[in-house]
Ligand binder design. Structure first.
Ligand SMILES: Cc1cc2nc3c(=O)[nH]c(=O)nc-3n(C[C@H](O)[C@H](O)[C@H](O)COP(=O)(O)O)c2cc1C
Length: 397
């Protein structure tokens, strides 16, 4: 058989699935885990942010206790010194797949999304189908894949593979995920034939609890969006106009509408998540002072390395982000008092973003302050609700 992805139903359609629960929230809330040293900010201002597992495990539990819907880990392949500079930015980097697997065993409710470069190396869809089904069971339906195609030429070189052309990569990803989905849905042995994959009497058991694990893609290009609206539950989007909030808020309505329309054309609906960096302090003045201190400690060497990666990448999603915006990092900057942050989150929701996946400079205290000062205001603004049967916003488990 030639497998096709069945986009007509997935975990979001099944009441009781963790993804269905997350989708009941007016604004989905995620945390971008700093499993790479430096997280998203290329600054040497002292902070506690740490790539190590224990730190990220604490953050995940903190996010879960605050009622966050998901945590996410990115995957990348860098050489010695990472992006360089004093920080050796992102030289230390936990694998997202393994890290989220370990998190499954120490959490109860939060979704765990890990990035996989499905086209690198010897990833076989049968491996990923089996690993994913296993993780789905360990996590009780909370595990998902951000399936990306690899936009950096030096990463392909590390694997000894020629880089595949941008749009062709999405065609290969569709083929790969079609095999995955077919294996996850079948309770019989399958013989599968695609241009690249031949499986004889292949079988995966246990099957995932809610049809399949959560599927995510991170993109901004036309080919990527076309892939993502057909094969994903969630799309991680970037601001098409750079990280400045006013620029972004002007450009996002058309961008999110394009994704919604693309999904409607294939009779699906997907949710969009953007990843802002939040700099929040009791007053606007203090928040700007905090941002200024972060920026004043820019690690220029690491910044050169990170921005230089752009020359080895064909990603279209980050094209408008300026060099100086990379110091604070993330794809959108939200800076201000708790009230101002809530206003900006309300504006993002109105601009068509279904959720946000947050990064912070100093994750542990900044997340704690967000939980204490911003979350209650988000509830008041109607962006977060405490739905029956789930852990409440303020419950610690
Ligand atoms: C929130 C977010 C997370 C991402 N995570 C990863 C990642 O972990 N690994 C990776 O290689 N690329 C990651 N990307 C980058 C996308 O894969 C990259 O933008 C990709 O090349 C999309 O390109 P396109 O816009 O040209 O389709 C991420 C992008 C976003 C917005």
């Amino acid at each position: 058989m030639s497998p096709a992805f069945d986009g007509s139903s997935g975990p979001a359609d099944i009441e009781g699935s963790p993804l269905h629960a997350a989708f009941q929230q007016p604004l989905i809330l995620g945390l971008f885990l700093p499993i790479q040293n430096g997280g998203w900010s290329i600054s040497t201002l002292p902070r506690g942010t740490d790539w190590r597992f224990d730190y990220n495990a604490r953050l995940t539990k903190q996010a879960e206790a605050l009622g966050f819907d998901l945590v996410f880990g990115l995957a990348q392949w860098l050489g010695k010194n990472g992006h360089g500079g004093q920080m050796k930015y992102r030289e230390q980097s936990l694998d997202a797949f393994i890290a989220t697997s370990a998190l499954a065993a120490i959490t109860e409710r939060i979704l765990l999304i890990s990035t996989v470069h499905a086209l690198y190396g010897p990833w076989h869809p049968l491996h990923l189908a089996k690993f994913g089904a296993t993780l789905d069971h360990i996590s009780n339906g909370r595990w998902g894949i951000n399936l990306v195609t690899g936009h950096v030429s030096t990463e392909w070189a590390m694997f000894g593979q020629p880089m595949i052309e941008h749009d062709e990569r999405y065609a290969r990803a569709a083929e790969f995920v079609g095999v995955l989905d077919t294996l996850w849905r079948s309770d019989a042995n399958l013989t599968i034939r695609t241009p690249r994959w031949q499986l004889d009497d292949a079988f995966v058991s246990p099957r995932p609890r809610y049809r399949r694990p959560v599927l995510v893609n991170a993109t901004g290009s036309d080919a990527g969006i076309d892939y993502a609206v057909r094969h994903s539950d969630l799309i991680f989007i970037t601001s098409p106009a750079g990280a400045d909030f006013d620029d972004a808020i002007g450009a996002l309505p058309a961008h999110t509408a394009k994704i919604r329309d693309g999904a409607a054309r294939v009779k699906r609906s997907v949710r969009t998540l953007i990843n802002p960096t939040i700099v929040c302090r009791p007053t606007e003045r203090e928040a700007h002072a905090y941002r200024d201190a972060i920026v004043a400690h820019a690690d220029e060497g690491a910044l050169d390395g990170f921005v230089g990666q752009g020359r080895r990448s064909d990603a279209r999603a980050w094209a408008k982000h300026k060099r100086e915006q990379r110091i604070l990092g993330g794809n959108l900057h939200l800076i201000g008092s708790p009230e101002q942050i809530v206003d900006k989150l309300v504006a993002l929701k109105r601009a068509g973003c279904d959720g946000v996946q947050l990064t912070f400079f100093d994750f542990e205290p900044d997340l704690a302050y967000f939980g204490e000062a911003v979350l209650p205001l988000l509830v008041e603004a109607g962006l977060r609700r405490d739905f029956a049967g789930s852990n409440s916003l303020h419950t610690t488990t």
